[in-house]
Design a protein around this ligand. Sequence first.
Ligand code: PMP
Length: 324
Amino acid sequence: MDYTRGQGWHDPRIVPYQPLALEPSAMIFHYGQSVFEGLKAYVSSDDEIILFRPKKNFERLNNSNSRLCIPDVDVDFALMALKTLISVDKEWIPRAEGTSLYIRPFIIATEPYLGVSPSDRYQFIIIMSPVGSYYKEGIHPVKIAVESAFTRAVNGGTGEAKTGGNYASSLKAQEESEKMGYSQVLWLDGVEKKYIEEVGSMNVFFKINGEIITPALNGSILSGITRDSIIELLKHWNLPVTERRISMEEVYEAFKSGQLEEAFGTGTAAVISPIGEFLWNGEEMIVQNGETGELSKKLYDTLTGIQTGKVEDELNWTTKVEEK
Ligand code: PMP
C-alpha cells in the first residue's frame, strides 16, 4: 500500500511479484529512509499455518518508523493484510521438517525529491519466500569473532531500529570475519569497545556459573523477538535470567575460570545458534568444548516446537492464519 502525506495509507493491494517503478530521484536511493521486518510462517502437522508473535514485528516496525520519520502503520490492519496475503497463495508454503515461509515486510521512501528531509510518500510492501531448514542436521555451534575496529551502533543512533543503513555499515566487518573463518561478528559498544551489544543478526546470551545473562536493551541493540521469547520462557521455567550490562572482560574471566558454561545467539533465522568459539584479541575461546550446550538445545527444541505446533503454546504466542 501507499502513503501520501495529507491522505495517510491508502490503496492496499495484492499483486504478482514484479519490479518496482521508482524514479531515480526517489528518496530511498539517496538517504536510506527504509525499515523492514523478518518473520516466518510454519505449517503444522494438522495443516494449519502458524505465525509466531507477528504483532511484535509490526510493533517493532512502528518503533523503527518513529526513529526514521516514517508514518506508523496500523498493527491490526498489517496483520490482517499479512494473513490475507498468505491465504491467497498457500499451496507453495513448504511443509517439510525445518522449512518455513520467510516473510519480509518493508517500507521505503518513494517521493522524488533530492532535499534532505522526511519523504512525503512511502510504499509498504510484504514479500515472502519459502526457505529451507537453517541447520541441515539439527543445530550446531557457530564461530563468532569479537569486533574491535568497526562500530555497529552508538547511543542516540539508529541501532535499535531495523533499518537498511545498520546492515550496510556492518558488511565490512562481516566480510573480514568471514575471511578469517568466522560466521558473524559480536559487536561491542561504540564508545569504550567494552560492553557486549549483539551478534550480526542475533541477540546474544551467556550462561555463567548458572546465571543466564543477556545485554540489557540500551537504545543501540535491536529488541529481538526471539530474545524476548527466550527471556519469557526462562522465567516461565523459573531459571535465573538477567538483563544487564556485560563486558567482554567478564566473559573472558568466566571462560578462564571455567564458569562460562554456554553462549548462544537468538534470532528468527536460526532461532537458537549455540556459540562454540569466540575470537577476541587474537585468542580463541572455546565454549562448551565447541559443542551444543544442554540449555541451547532445550530452548531450540521448545521454541521450534511451539512455532510448528508440536509443543503446547503455554505462553499464547502463536496465531493461526486461518481459524478452522
Ligand atoms: N539483531 C539484529 C541486528 C538482527 O538483524 C536480528 C534479526 N532480526 C536480531 C537481532 C534478532 O531479532 P529477532 O529475534 O526479532 O529475529
